[in-house]
Design a protein around this ligand. Structure first.
Ligand SMILES: *Cc1c(COP(=O)(O)O)cnc(C)c1O
Length: 644
């Protein structure tokens, strides 16, 4: 796509940008474009200031010396998300005259960063919002940072004695820690350890529902799931507790149908199924107080509001209403008390709070300049290309394209035989792309549905690969792993019409290190995104909604480490309306090398030995040798990404 002269540019407005990148669809009231073409964020939606994201970037650079790739966290978004979820349940509870309370928990596996968890717990304090842990390490962190004894700590995942003991230390401290049994042997272990420690445990069971999730995480649920107890095992768990003299320990029924549940119908079915378990167990005399509906509350990554992988067909409010009303229905039918409701939404709390900013610093492109005259027909093959160009018209596009390919093929053969000099080869290649570009322009006036595939695919050949200073494996793992889509939008120049269809490639030496799928209006994805031509100036691109899972799952492929971070807080006392509360520097080269057993001191020692030898052989003067050694040691402190 190239700009067709200035008239189109003059009529391009930020509304067109909003439309093109679908910002009003996925932005969720948080993200927008300013009148002067910059991406903005309103962390409290309509209730607070708008922050220009590129200004945060500039401030991080000027004041903290932090460069891209950079993760910007908007801590107020975390607050807003926690409030939104809790208020949705409170409202649904009031509307349904529901007699239980909502006691949500944040599953820390979705983003364990201490500052994130602290912020969420603080925002959740008025609602007694707690945390969920799923491993021993998470248990240790969770126990320490949790401080509101009215809120829950829910412990999922397989457990050993240390895990269970640590949870029970929480009980000794007066916390509501609920151990969810994934297997029957865990129930026995909890009973044994609780007796040893002299403490009353609180236990839940994860039921293996028949209702299955959908999409990528469908296998988290259903009869063949890796987790949970069958009906007979649940009954046996109750029996084990009774025989141990701890019948009152049975407190909770839990299920989790998987992450990013796109369709509200799945949620409703699963909730009704689990509510039956609760009611029947209650009727058997088990004193269960909570139903835990797990995670799965989705994020509308592509803004399509459809029950597809990157989207969802419901709102947070509808989610809360459907959970509350369906549990209430089942309880009325079964004449059992309304339980308290727990949910473990992770993605829906943290996805929006992070923006990953990368800088495009180069481009790999095939774009020819169609406006320039073709190279002089100094060679027969160039003359052939001229001929194709002269005959080209609306009715012979496909034929011309085939002729073009034939000339290129012949040029290649001639080159391989040694009969083509490099300057002629260069002129042929340039002319080839110029004529191809004309074919592409002409094919745009045809109905896309009737355009032959080969011509429709021409766009892809002209795509530009924007080279960006980051690693997909560190910062966008889910895009590589299963094609998860994240909205991608330049942070500036949005008042200009973007002119180059692009993909993003990262700086790892891995051909998978790229972003080649983007959100699109018509439910599916697109392979290229219109971006601006860089023109040699810094060009910053934001990848949005990356706050869930990406932060922690990234790896150090090619030894690219964690990236720089800044945490932004709104503050009315500041002129710009916000301040950078904290910065966390990305990994240094020494940091990532240490993870693979290369220790700074040893590395320097080994290089020194080589420098000494070079000095002995008169290859280096001693002062130069020491200078080079110093440079090596200094370089180890640099970050792993490129720096200019
Ligand atoms: C991963 C997980 C969650 C979080 O799921 P989201 O889809 O991010 O809300 C909640 N509960 C359990 C048991 C999980 O494994």
């Amino acid at each position: 796509m190239t700009t067709n002269g200035s008239t189109e540019q003059e009529t391009w407005t930020v509304d067109d940008t909003r439309d093109l990148y679908m910002i009003d669809r996925w932005g969720g009231g948080y993200f927008d474009v300013s009148a002067d073409g910059k991406m903005t964020v309103a962390p409290l939606q309509g209730r607070g200031r708008k922050v220009v994201i590129s200004e945060v970037l500039e401030q991080a650079k000027q004041e903290e010396g932090l460069t891209t790739p950079l993760v910007i966290r908007f801590q107020d978004i975390l607050h807003h998300r926690v409030r939104t979820l809790n208020e949705a349940f409170i409202k649904a509870i009031a509307e349904n005259k529901y007699r239980g309370a909502y006691r949500g928990v944040f599953p820390i596996k979705v983003n364990q960063l201490r500052e994130v968890v602290d912020e969420i717990l603080e925002a959740g304090r008025p609602f007694h919002y707690g945390i969920e842990v799923g491993s021993k390490a998470e248990m240790f962190a969770g126990l320490a940072v949790h401080s509101d004894n009215e809120s829950l700590i829910v412990c999922n995942g397989y457990k050993d004695d240390t895990f269970i003991r640590t949870a029970l230390i929480g009980r000794k401290l007066g916390k509501k820690v609920i151990l969810i049994a994934e297997k029957l042997s865990e129930v026995r272990a909890i009973v044994r350890i609780a007796k040893e420690m002299g403490v009353d445990p609180e236990i839940g069971v994860r039921v293996r529902l028949v209702t299955k999730g959908a999409g990528k995480w469908a296998e988290s649920s259903g009869e063949k799931a890796k987790f949970g107890l069958s009906t007979s095992e649940i009954l046996e768990a109750g029996e084990i507790l009774r025989q141990a003299g701890m019948p009152q320990a049975f407190k909770l029924v839990h299920f989790h149908v998987g992450s990013q549940v796109p369709d509200i119908l799945i949620i409703k079915r699963a909730v009704r199924e689990a509510a039956r378990y609760y009611a029947k167990l209650r009727r058997l005399g088990h004193p269960i107080e909570y139903i835990d509906v797990g995670g799965g509350l989705a994020i509308d990554y592509d803004g399509s509001r459809t029950p597809t992988d990157a989207s969802m067909n419901y709102s947070v409010e509808e989610y809360a209403r459907d959970i509350v009303s369906n549990i209430a229905d089942v309880c009325e039918e079964e004449r059992v008390p309304h339980p308290n409701i727990v949910s473990e939404s992770g993605r829906a709390i943290v996805a929006q709070h992070c923006v990953l900013v990368v800088e495009a610093f180069g481009a790999i492109e095939n774009t020819a300049q169609p406006a320039l005259p073709l190279a002089a027909p100094s060679h027969k093959l160039i003359a052939n290309l001229h001929e194709i160009s002269e005959k080209l018209n609306d009715t012979n596009l496909l034929e011309s394209w085939h002729d073009l390919l034939e000339v290129r093929e012949e040029a290649q053969k001639t080159f391989e035989l040694g009969f083509l000099e490099l300057d002629v080869k260069a002129a042929i290649e340039t002319t080839f792309w110029q004529v191809a570009q004309r074919i592409r322009e002409l094919s745009k006036s045809h109905d896309p549905a009737e355009l032959p595939d080969e011509l429709a695919a021409l766009d892809a050949k002209f795509g530009t690969q924007q080279i960006c200073n980051f690693s997909v494996f560190q910062s966008l793992l889910d895009h590589w792993a299963f094609g998860a889509l994240f909205p991608v939008v330049p942070l500036h120049r949005l008042e200009e019409k973007p002119s180059v269809l692009s993909t993003l490639v990262d700086i790892t030496c891995d051909s998978d290190g790229k972003v080649g799928k983007f959100i699109d209006r018509n439910e599916a994805s697109r392979d290229m995104l219109p971006l601006h031509s860089r023109d040699g100036k810094p060009y910053h691109i934001g990848v949005f909604l990356t706050g869930a899972y990406q932060d922690i799952m990234g790896d150090i492929h090619n030894l690219f480490g964690r990236v720089n971070e800044v945490h932004v807080f709104l503050d009315e006392d500041e002129d710009c309306g916000y301040y950078l509360e904290e910065t966390i520097e990305g990994n240094s080269i020494a940091d990532v090398l240490r993870l693979t057993q290369y220790h700074t001191h040893d590395l320097a020692q080994r290089v020194k030995t080589q420098v000494d030898a070079a000095i002995k052989q008169d290859r280096l003067k001693p002062t130069e040798g020491m200078r080079l050694l110093n440079e090596f040691e200094r370089g180890l402190k640099d970050q792993t990404y490129l720096k200019w």
